[in-house]
Design a protein around this ligand. Sequence first.
Ligand code: GLY
Length: 488
Amino acid sequence: MQRIHLGLTSEKDKSYDIVIDRGVFANIASDLRMKRFAEKYVVITDKKVGKLYSKKLIDALKREELYLGKIVVPVGESSKSVEQFSECLEDMVGLGANRKTGIIALGGGVVGDLGGYVAASFMRGIEYVHVPTSLLAMVDSSIGGKVGIDLKAGKNLAGAFWHPKKVYIDPDVLRTLPQKHWRAGLGEALKYGAIKERPLWEFFEKHIELWKKKPNDFLPSEWETVSEMIARCAQIKVNVVMKDEREGNVRQILNYGHTFAHVVEHMSDYEVVHGEAVAVGMRMAAALAVEMRFMPQTEYDRQNDLLDALGLGKTKTKGLIKDFVKHMRKDKKAKGDLRVVLVSRLGTCYQQMGQFGIAVEEKIVKKVIEQGEWVDDVEVVDMSQPSSSFQPQTVSSVEQKRALDDVSSTWDGVTSGSYSPSQSTSTSYGAPLSSTSFVGETDLQKRLREMRERAEAKRQYREQSGGAGGLNSSEGAGLGSGGGFLPG
Ligand code: GLY
């Protein structure tokens, strides 16, 4: 036998600076010229951020002779796909990038995760810098080197630890951030107060009126408070990552609410954005902690009061509780178990034998989800299945079965017009057909009715099209608006 040892203890220094400075955006190119992280740069951005900020950055890069090209991806989580990732790599080749090329990830969490992963993979890894433009990316995803994409099975299931050379945070760019994303970012920011720093939680409470505002309405002094908030969150993240870069234990606290959040995002087809899902997850985790008697009710109330004031974390997930829990097990952070981070008191995470990932029993998780009504527990109709397998009546709990009986018995009443229609928003089940609800109809009854409508739409569509093909959501919407498959 021959044993050959490959010793590789001396890793390169991966330290980097995170600059938080109003107006720093204008100085990025000149700073990059001085730092010489790379010879030239490819800017990766999305359509929306690109429109707002790429020209200014690219002009400056050109002046510094640092510009190689630009890759623009669609807005939203769908860009964190294998296909988009592969396209970016091909584009890098097309732009003539080489090992000395750097990437500038200009955008929110999606662009940062994708751009960072392209940097980690292209020619076995090139340098990159983050220019986060969303609050969520500023306080969390641009710091700590986690980059990656989603797989069909779940969020962030392919990725790497690949640190940027520098992070440039210019709070002023938040001016153009839509309020939905501002609030979602607050969901992630509040997490730091909950897991690590009670005074930060108090700071969030103290400035509640500011967080409720639209970024474009902040007064000059308020921008200072926003900058302080970002810096305090970023500092906590830095401290945690420095202790445990690869998430052996302590870094897991950054995942407070995340094991739930990733499922909320996944099951909503990423309609619920990450920060919003984290807020939902924080509520669920806190409910679990109370149920397990690790957190007093007063702390639970205090956490949720702040979330309530910001209108965060009330989204109900559509689907079955059993699927929700199954997906929780798939989360890479869960390692096959049901493992979550829990807070015992705002500012302090609960530990068991020094570990922050707490194993929880499935039946308790299910009970908490059921009690909190976090998941509607109604089967989502898969419109791509043949009509013979269409089972709109699949309802999981006894209570809901009873509701189904109720709606069945009133169904004839609906069709004969004993309910009076009133306007409401439609749900996002399969192909949304109807924007009408009925007075006196419960939420569940409405969803069941909508399932029936879709089944009927599907049947009619098959008849009209000679039975060919499935019904995708855009076809469904078309049928709904044009065909009027409403009862009565
Ligand atoms: N967003 C969690 C982490 O970076 O560890």
